[in-house]
Write a protein that binds this ligand. Structure first.
Ligand code: HEC
Length: 113
C-alpha cells in the first residue's frame, strides 16, 4: 500500500514538473527588440518589401511594412501566424520565436509613423 502511495506521489510530482517547466519557459520570454527586428528586416526582407516609412523604390511586388502595419486586419497574432507558415512568393526563414517577435514588434511600430 505504501509503495502505491509513493508511486502516486512520484507520478504527481512528474506531472507537476512537466506542466510547470514549459510554463516557466513561456514566462521567460524577453521583451521584443525593435532594433534587432529592424536589422533583420534590412537583411532578409528589404529585397522585396519597403521596410521603413520614408523609403521609395520603383516596382513594389510586395506590400510595404508600413502599409502592412496599417491594415486593420494586422495584429501581433496575424503577423506571427503569417511568419510561421510557408508562402509561395516569400522565402521561409524558419524564424525562432525571438526573431519572429522582434520582426513583428518592428512592423507594428510602423503603424503610427
Ligand atoms: C522574395 C520576396 C520576399 C521576401 C524576401 C520577403 N517577403 Fe514578405 N511578402 C512577399 C510577397 C510577394 C508578399 C505578398 C504575399 C501575397 O500576397 O501572397 C509578402 C507578404 C508579407 C506579409 C503579409 C502581408 C499581408 O498581406 O498580410 C508579411 C507580414 C511579410 N511579407 C513579412 C515579411 C518579412 C518579416 C520578411 C523578412 C523576414 C519578408 N516578408 C520577406 C515577398 C517577400
Amino acid at each position: 500500500m505504501r509503495v502505491v502511495r509513493i508511486c502516486f506521489v512520484a507520478a504527481g510530482l512528474f506531472l507537476t514538473l512537466g506542466l510547470a517547466i514549459p510554463r516557466a519557459a513561456d514566462l521567460a520570454v524577453r521583451a521584443p527588440d525593435l532594433a534587432d527586428g529592424k536589422a533583420m528586416a534590412e537583411k532578409w526582407c528589404s529585397q522585396c518589401h519597403m521596410i521603413s516609412p520614408g523609403e521609395k523604390r520603383a516596382g513594389d511586388m510586395a506590400p510595404s511594412f508600413t502599409s502592412i502595419a496599417r491594415m486593420s486586419a494586422t495584429t501581433e497574432m496575424s503577423l506571427r501566424a503569417f511568419l510561421q507558415t510557408p508562402h509561395v512568393r516569400m522565402p521561409d526563414y524558419h524564424l525562432t520565436r525571438d526573431e519572429s517577435a522582434d520582426l513583428v514588434a518592428y512592423i507594428l511600430s510602423l503603424r503610427d509613423q
